[in-house]
Design a binder for this molecule. Structure first.
Ligand code: SF4
Ligand code: SF4
Length: 159
């Protein structure tokens, strides 16, 4: 007797459709879906509004409560003395972009930015003391595209 999903029989419509037919057609659809390439960094893909890039600190709002340091699962944040104030330092190489620090901050001093281009040559360079942690994000390049636009253009998105 054919059983699907630990006990659901094949004639049970809901499970058959949800567990077999829908995934099959989704796989089929994606096999023929058009892919695209963009000439990054000359053309940049615009991230979605909820994209999680590097975390940014607003120094003026920080009240040195340490909540972000305590909740961070990766020990990405550490309190350091900066201009006679205790402020968080950010080790970008350790961040898993979970957003927990942003959620726990009582003064909304932290935010997830859409910035993704912040690579460094050294491991040490990834560590951002409060002054670099609070650097504003780079302006988004003028020539940005969205997946929707690329899709409309049909074909590879090189110009
Ligand atoms: S996003 Fe997550 S991993 Fe990154 S600094 Fe915040 S709490 Fe830590
Ligand atoms: S949780 Fe917010 S206010 Fe508290 S130390 Fe972190 S950034 Fe500053």
């Amino acid at each position: 007797m054919l059983q699907l999903n630990g006990g659901c029989h094949w004639w049970e419509g809901g499970s058959l459709v949800k567990d077999v037919i829908v995934p099959f057609f989704l796989g089929f659809y994606h096999a023929f879906k058009r892919t695209f390439t963009i000439k990054h960094p000359f053309v940049r893909l615009r991230w979605t509004d909820r994209y999680r890039g590097r975390v940014v600190l607003n120094i003026d709002r920080c009240v040195s409560c340490r909540s972000c340091v305590n909740i961070c699962p990766n020990k990405t944040l550490e309190m350091v003395v900066y201009k006679k104030r205790l402020l968080p330092q950010y080790d970008a190489g350790r961040c898993c972009f979970c957003n927990l620090c942003v959620e726990v901050c009582p003064t909304m001093a932290l935010s997830m930015s859409p910035e993704v281009e912040w690579d460094e040559y050294t491991r040490k360079g990834m560590i951002r003391p409060p002054d670099r942690f609070s650097e504003p994000i780079k302006p988004v390049a003028e020539k940005t595209v969205t997946v929707k636009i690329l899709d409309k253009r049909r074909g590879v998105a090189h110009r």
